[in-house]
Ligand binder design. Sequence first.
Ligand SMILES: Cc1cc2nc3c(=O)[nH]c(=O)nc-3n(C[C@H](O)[C@H](O)[C@H](O)COP(=O)(O)OP(=O)(O)OC[C@H]3O[C@@H](n4cnc5c(N)ncnc54)[C@H](O)[C@@H]3O)c2cc1C
Length: 458
Amino acid sequence: MRYQDLSYWLSSLDAPLTPRPGLPGDTDADVVIVGAGYTGLWTAYYLAAADPSLRIVVLEKEIAGYGASGRNGGWCSALFPTSLPALARRHGRDRALAMQRAMHETVHEVGRVVGAEGIDCDWRAGGTVVLARTEVQLGRARAAVAEAREHGLADADLVLLDAADAAARCHAEGVRGGTYTPHCAAVHPAKLVRGLATAVERRGVRVFERTPVTALRPGAAVTPAGVVRAPVVVRATEGFTPALPGQRRAVAPVYSLMVATAPLPEATWAEIGLAERETFSDYRHVIIYGQRTADGRLAFGGRGAPYHYGSRVRPDFDREPRVFATLRRVLGELFPVLGPEVPVTHTWGGPLGVARDWAASVGLDRSTGLAWAGGYVGDGVGTSNLAGRTLADLIRGEQTDLTTLPWVNHRSPRWEPEPLRWLAVNAGLKVMFSADEAEQRTNRPSRRAAAFNHLLGH
Ligand SMILES: Cc1cc2nc3c(=O)[nH]c(=O)nc-3n(C[C@H](O)[C@H](O)[C@H](O)COP(=O)(O)OP(=O)(O)OC[C@H]3O[C@@H](n4cnc5c(N)ncnc54)[C@H](O)[C@@H]3O)c2cc1C
C-alpha cells in the first residue's frame, strides 16, 4: 500500500511520506502515546510545551496521519458529538454551555498554533453553512437555532439564514434557507497532521513510525521491537482501537467516505459560491459534508458505508463503489453545474470511532496511569485539540477549567457483543437512509428517525 493513495490530502503533499525510523528497542519515557493522529500529537504538543523536560514517546503503527487525521473532510469545527440539549440533560445547562464554549475556543486555538508553528495547512476560518433544501429541513434549521438560543448561544454563534442569504454563501439547487456558524475553519487535514508531527519533534518528542503496539498495560506499551516503559500510557487510536487486546467493544469503527473533483474553473465557483471557503452540509439525516479546497477542488463526503462484523478495520473497507457513486450523484443534485463531465479524481475513506452512548471522552485513570481520548464520531479535528490540552493538564496533575468539563473521565458503556453490534449499527444507518428517502417523498419529518435519535439520547 502506498500511503499517498489513502486520500487526496496525503497524495497532495509536497514532502514525501517517508516513514520515520521505528522504535529501536526497549525504552524508558515519562509518557508514551499510542497513535500519531491529531489526538496523540496534540497531547504530545501540549505536554512538551508545558514541560520541555518530559520524555515523550509517540508510537505509530504506520505513519503520522495514516488514520482519519490524514483523510478527513477538513472541518475544524466546534461540533461535539453529544448535542447541547443532550449535554444539558446529563450535566446541567451551565456545564453544557461551558463544553460548547470550550469547543468554540478550540477552533481559535488550533488557528493560533497553526500560525505560531508555521504549519501551512490552508487554514481558512470561513465558518459553516448548513443548507435546508426542503420544508422539513427548514424546520430542523429553525429548531437548531431555537435550541441554541434556549441553551445560551447567540446569533453570533448560530444564525438562521433565509433563502437568499443561504444561497449567497452556497448556491445549491433548491436552497430555502439554512444556518450559519462562524465557528469552523476549512483545513487541509494531512498538512495539519504532518505539520504537527514535525512541530512536536522540534520540541523534543520522539515519534517512532511503523511500530505497532500489540498490548497496552499499566506502565508499558508493548511492540515487536521492544517495550516502552512509562508511568503514563495514552491510547490515541480512535477507529483502530478495537484491534487492541481487551478493547474490541470500546468503540465501533464506522466508515466515512469522500470524493474530490478536479480543480474547478473560477466560473464554476462563481456559480457555487463558498467564497470564504465555508464548509457546508445540509439538514438531511445521513451526514454529508464538503469543503472548497485551497486548490479549487470540491472535496465532499458522507456516511453510509456499512459497519463490518466484529469491528474489523481493513484497507479495502475504505473503498465502497456504491457509496462513491451516491456521493457523486448527490454532488450533482446539489450543484447541477457539476454535471457528469466534471471528473472526480480521488475517492477514499477511513474509520472513525463511535462510543456506545455517542459520547466522546477524555480521561486518565490515576490508579493505572492509563489515559485515553476519542469517540469523536466525525468531529475529531477540533475536538482532538481540546482532548490534547485536557490530557496534558490531567497528566501533569493540574486542575484547570478544561479538566472539569463534562466529558472528562466519562466512561461510555461497551458495545454489545456480536451479532448484536452489527445488527444495531447497520440498522441505525438504514433507518437514517430510509428516513431521508421518506422525507423527500412525503415532505414530512420522519418519525422513525426522531425515535432513533431519541433512543441514542441525541
Ligand atoms: C473520511 C472522514 C472524514 C472526516 N471528516 C471530519 C471532519 O471534516 N471534521 C472532523 O472534525 N472530523 C472528521 N472526521 C473524523 C476525524 O478525522 C477524526 O475524529 C480524527 O482524525 C481522529 O483523530 P485521532 O488521532 O483520534 O485518530 P486517527 O487519526 O485515526 O489516528 C489513530 C492513529 O493510531 C494509529 N494506531 C492504531 N492502532 C495502533 C497500534 N496498535 N499501534 C500503534 N499505532 C496505532 C493509527 O495508525 C492512526 O495513525 C472524519 C473522518 C473520516 C474517516
